[in-house]
Ligand binder design. Structure first.
Ligand code: BGC
Length: 617
């Protein structure tokens, strides 16, 4: 007989379970956009946006025989099998070392304006204390060739590989080894910083650690959660030290130095199962949140229940990046188990479009990752995003959808300065060898001939799109501005048509938009204070926020020009699609004609706008 109190207990348990699950589902919804209704051809990016492709030395250069990956490729695992799929070796790779000039031509053909690549530590410092000047000069030549072709070089100092001598000393497992990397960084920085502005210190600490120390599929092939935590801490602390060190060198002040963070989200496979939620949270914390927290408050935590619990702090972490590089590919679905030896596994869902890697196409996750990383409140550069697609039958969809997510984030006001596609061409995909085809260009590794894939044309189209500077407006320069009835927050109502005979600037803004907030002091000082005595009106139009919020926002930004309300983005939608991002200024001349349209804060464009106002006032 089951007792009544037992039944009550079970009912109570179910109520608690489903209340928590309901809360979690509301707080962290599984975002899925309706792609049938989305037009990915209508995307406009800021005029000075950085567009590029990414590679890493060991994956493309060829002839890297002096690093830990070379050893790894040439050794066998416990089962006597190669550590690399298909027994591949990086070997000649794409021979980018010799063919970089040809590859720069490929970049020109795409229409990009930047290139992210890594310098190979083991080539520059082949033995402890020995510097190979020729290798340094080679990278300088690459940078000069890029600059001569109108491309901005972005240099990564560490992309997964260590010189053998450094690995023998214990690599990043030992805190005292950090200084070897700092010395190397200084050597490269001193050699290139007069011509290189953008620097990435370390590529994806969390991936290096999970693959090399948790799953054991990257060198040194260990499966040791505690050591994983130590290496994670050391890599992040290395970044912090390198950042401050390089900033103190000549050209340090003008350099933009950042860390490259991979965000892979962990989502519950069964959205009704607490264990799946629990392990998703643990994994998100360890993989991503621990890094964000370190930058925000100087605290480092690395916790996996029953396996490892490391806490540390580093007050130099706060402010230790000029930008954050974001690498985003996909998410993982987590299934929790009541097993101490295998507490979680990852599973694919049937409904997802898969790529050749175990990643599904999930642009909504890219949008979320951009949102999450923007908590750092520093500029974001997407340093990697791409698809392995041998058949080339999903590349176009991937590109269009991920660029849509990028565009939406920019429209929301996130400070995203650039996007680098991974990768320029097919390359050595680490433990997967040559089986994964990430290239915009297909490489025939026998002949080294490169060929643009059809699916890659989507990238070319998006970054070279006509009407680039129209910025997603539905009005154009020369149109008569629509009349608006504006409710100002001081309880007056004005008609836009009342201002015929004056120059009018409308600023579309909102309190949650960081780019708007950056823009407002300029509008106040360089526009409103300069022109307000002439035949000139500047009105901020705050999107869809209640009057108290708008009043507080006005107080906070200290602006003195009038602000109007815009419930339901009614006014805004006369200028751009209702769901498009704000951060727009519209200049209207004395005859009511639109003469200038801006999108997002941009110094140069701001100056152009001021010149325009001066001319027509
Ligand atoms: C790495 C690249 C790699 C890419 C695709 C990133 O995590 O930085 O080196 O090729 O993912 O898997």
């Amino acid at each position: 007989m089951i007792s009544k109190s037992f039944i009550k207990f079970i009912i109570l348990l179910l109520i608690v379970w489903f209340t928590i699950i309901g809360y979690l589902n509301i707080k962290h919804p599984d975002q899925q956009w309706n792609w049938d209704k989305i037009n990915t051809e209508k995307m406009f990016f800021p005029e000075n946006f950085i567009w590029g492709t990414s590679t890493a030395a060991h994956q493309v250069e060829g002839n890297n025989t002096n690093n830990n990956w070379y050893e790894w490729e040439n050794s066998l695992n416990q089962n006597g099998k190669s550590n690399i799929h298909n027994n591949d070796k990086s070997g000649e790779a794409a021979n980018h070392w010799d063919m970089y000039r040809d590859d720069i031509s490929l970049m020109k053909e795409l229409g990009v304006n930047a290139y992210r690549f890594s310098v190979e530590w083991s080539k520059i410092v082949p033995k402890e204390g020995l510097i190979d000047e020729n290798a340094l000069d080679h990278y300088r030549d690459v940078c000069i060739a890029l600059i001569d072709s109108g491309l901005t070089p972005v240099v990564t100092l560490h992309h997964f590989t260590n010189p053998i001598w450094f690995e023998k000393l214990g690599g990043f497992e030992k805190e005292e080894n950090i200084d070897h990397f700092i010395e190397f960084s200084e050597i490269v920085f001193n050699h290139l910083s007069d011509i290189v502005k953008y620097w990435c210190t370390i590529n994806e600490p969390a991936v290096y650690v999970s693959q090399g120390y948790f799953y054991g599929v990257f060198p040194p092939g260990k499966k040791d959660p505690k050591l994983a935590g130590i290496v994670m801490r050391n890599l992040l602390f290395t970044h912090i030290k390198a950042f401050h060190h390089l900033k103190g060198l000549e050209n340090g002040e003008i350099a933009q130095i950042g860390l490259v963070k991979n965000i892979t989200q962990f989502d519950p496979l069964r959205r009704w199962h607490l264990l799946d939620w629990y392990f998703s949270k643990i994994l998100n914390d360890i993989f991503t949140n621990s890094t964000i927290d370190l930058f925000l408050n100087g605290k480092f935590n690395f916790y996996l229940p029953g396996m490892v619990n490391i806490s540390d702090s580093n007050s130099n972490a706060i402010g230790s990046a000029d930008f954050i590089g974001l690498n985003y590919y996909s998410r993982w679905h987590v299934k929790g188990h009541l097993s101490p030896t295998s507490p979680f596994t990852f599973e694919k869902r049937k409904q997802d479009i898969q790529t050749d890697m175990p990643y599904s196409i999930y642009p909504e996750g890219f949008y979320k990752a951009l949102n999450d990383i923007s908590k750092l409140n520093i500029p974001i550069i997407v340093t990697e995003n791409g698809i392995a697609d041998d058949k080339d039958d999903r590349r176009e969809t991937f590109i269009n959808r991920y660029l849509y997510a990028l565009n939406k984030s920019i429209d929301d006001g996130m400070d995203i300065q650039g996007y680098f596609y991974w990768s320029l061409m097919d390359n050595f995909e680490w433990a997967e060898g040559y089986s994964m085809k990430f290239g915009l260009y297909e490489v025939d590794f026998n002949t080294q001939i490169r060929k643009l894939r059809n699916g890659s044309l989507a990238f070319k189209r998006a970054i070279n799109r006509n009407g680039y500077d129209e910025r997603g407006y539905i009005v154009s320069i020369g149109d008569t501005a629509p009349d608006l009835s504006l409710d100002l927050i001081n309880d007056t109502n004005v008609q836009l048509s009342d201002y015929l005979g004056k120059v009018v600037v409308l600023q579309f803004t909102a309190s949650w938009c960081s780019v708007c907030i950056r823009e407002m002091p300029h509008l106040e000082n360089d526009v409103w204070q300069k022109f307000k005595n002439d035949d000139f009106v500047l009105i901020g139009i705050d999107r869809d926020e209640p009057i108290q919020v708008v009043k507080a926002f006005k107080r906070k930004t200290g602006i003195t020009y009038p602000i109007a309300l815009d419930p339901g983005a009614k006014h805004f939608s006369k200028f751009a699609h209702v769901n498009a991002g704000i951060t727009r200024n519209v200049v209207i001349d004395k005859n009511g004609k639109i003469v200038f349209l801006t999108r997002l804060f941009d110094e140069q464009e701001f100056q152009k706008m001021i010149e325009k106002i001066k001319k027509i006032i």
